[in-house]
Design a protein around this ligand. Sequence first.
Ligand code: SAM
Length: 232
Amino acid sequence: MNTEHLSDRLASVASFVPTGTVVADIGSDHAYLPCYLVKSNKVSRAIAGEVVKGPYESAVRNVQREGLAESITVRMANGLDAVHEEDGVDVITIAGMGGPLIVSILENGKGKLASVSRIITQPNINAKVIREWAVSNGWFIVDEAILKEDGKIYEVLVLERGHAAYDELELLVGPFLLDRKTDVFMEKWTREVQEWERVLQSLEVAEETVMIQSKKAQLMRQIELVGKVLSK
Ligand code: SAM
């Protein structure tokens, strides 16, 4: 991967960035995504935010090496603190982290979202919490993608401002992904159900505490819900 050729995962994120917008990529360890977006003339300006010194320095180096320092501002900052009002950011991208961390970045940075009309996230795990955050915070899902790269399955969620209602299954697996039921989607949820069944079996021999009971009930519910999708 380099600033001209992204991984399929980051290319999917990039494909949802509307042309002509100003983007802030949060957790931008190497700044590949902002560099790619500017070099391909998709955006004219970008912010790369990174909280850890080493990755921040690597982002700075890449931006300088590509001669893009005029167009890309790299800031060492926690989450959406990288976004300043004067940037006029339209689009936030947050990729390659767990769903709960992405939610905490969005929740702690709500005040920085005033100018933002689209949020593109690529959670490595637990996309459900991002869908739940969206519903509770005046965002809805406008598109989703699922892809497999190097044996790993990734989801991409695109949010815009507005309201929509999702049922329990849609929150878990994604309304657009559920509608499309691609081979990768079926593979992901077949794997997940197998894993839930394995955990459930191991809990069968554990002592029946309230916590174990509730975990078992949750697993059984998920297996029931997703099982129906897989058997169709
Ligand atoms: N976004 C890139 C990608 O998808 O390839 C990098 C993913 S890397 C696994 C996650 C990066 O997010 C790390 O460099 C980490 O330091 C950074 N990060 C984690 N929490 C962050 C936060 N609260 N604010 C900014 N960056 C953060």
